[in-house]
Design a protein around this ligand. Structure first.
Ligand code: F6P
Length: 332
């Protein structure tokens, strides 16, 4: 293992740069050279690569996004495209690849491993929907970004006695909505994994006002309206549908905020930076040991290594105990 490639793929996430930095510096420390692949698997096919030095990754630990950029690649979904990618790895003398991203990223890594190229994955998505690991990079930062917005909205909602619907990201899972909603003290949290009764929610909002509440916060995961492509989500906001229904059924002024892409940015939290650093160095260690088709992760406070196929085959469940706790708290 003399030369390692790194790529980022899928939706970007705060912490990706910290992971790129850790992979690069751990590899260099162990006498290897590092190639950064721009634009994910498409950049691999195109040979769009840069030599990485310790300086290349200087001053990026605190930056969200990915200096290697990310892109979706239809071409990589084809055998011919994957063959081109492998040829580029051989041409550039890349002995092993670290891929940073989500499930789609890991499917790509599995395909390259099947063709003989060692690859290991680092979980990074604000959705936190990658199985077996407790956390994916970006989740902690996104929760805090959403929480900051919820707190700000609570201020104005109280001033005006309004209901506020806040739509958060999550593609088709409720991890982000649940964590931000509970931390933000939301009265209601709607997630794709749990059915909801809008009439009961509106009844509860009215009852809350009678008990002296001065506002109500409803956090909705974007996927509650059913899975949509990102483009479709943008125009099919479930948040506005819920907001219209709440205003109509309660007669209370209701406002809607779709947080959107601010959840993908923002300086990574200490937790995301620490996880990224540990994940990055572990990934390099695995490649040096000759391992492949692995995903690093964390369980509790322990860094773990998972089989990439097991990760892909498992759906990460939302913490329904936490969800039930949120429902309980909304009733008093
Ligand atoms: O998977 C991360 C994520 O931010 C989802 O929460 C969101 O639905 C999706 O990416 C948006 O995808 P894109 O960046 O391609 O619009």
């Amino acid at each position: 293992m003399k030369r390692i490639g790194i790529l980022t793929s899928g939706g970007d996430a705060p912490g990706m740069n910290a992971a790129i930095r850790a992979v690069t510096r751990c590899a260099i420390y162990n006498g290897m050279s590092v190639v950064g692949v721009n634009r994910g698997y498409q950049g691999l096919i195109d040979g769009d690569m840069i030599d990485m030095t310790s300086r290349t990754v200087g001053d990026i630990i605190q930056r969200a996004g990915t200096i290697l950029r990310s892109a979706r690649s239809q071409e990589f979904m084809t055998e011919a495209g994957r063959r081109k990618a492998l040829d580029q790895m051989v041409k550039r003398g890349i002995d092993g690849l670290v891929v940073i991203g989500g499930d789609g990223t890991f499917r790509g890594a599995r395909a390259l491993v099947d063709m003989g190229a060692p690859a290991v994955g680092i979980p990074a998505t604000i959705d936190n929907d990658i199985a077996l690991t407790d956390y994916s990079l970006g989740f902690d930062t996104a929760v805090n970004t959403a929480l900051d917005a919820i707190t700000k909205i609570r201020d104005t909602a109280s001033s005006h006695g309004r209901s506020n619907v806040i739509e958060v990201m999550g593609r088709d899972t409720g991890h982000l909505a649940l964590a931000a909603g509970v931390a933000g003290g939301a009265e209601y949290i709607l997630i794709p994994e749990a059915p909801y009764d809008l009439d009961a929610i509106c009844e509860g909002i009215r009852a809350g006002y009678k008990r002296g509440k001065t506002h109500s916060i409803i956090v909705v995961a974007e996927g509650v309206g059913g899975y949509h492509s990102p483009e479709e989500l943008y125009h099919e906001s479930i948040g506005f549908k819920i907001g219209d229904a709440v205003q109509e059924r309660t007669g209370l002024e209701t406002r809607v905020t779709v947080l959107g892409y601010i959840q993908r940015g923002g300086a990574p939290t200490a937790r995301d930076r620490l996880l990224a650093t540990m994940f990055g160095c572990k990934a390099v260690e695995l490649l040096m040991e000759g391992q492949a088709a692995r995903v690093v992760g964390v369980v509790g406070e322990e860094i773990k290594v998972f089989d990439i196929d097991e990760v892909a085959a498992t759906r990460k469940k939302v913490d329904m105990d936490l969800y039930r706790l949120a429902v309980l708290l909304s009733k008093v």
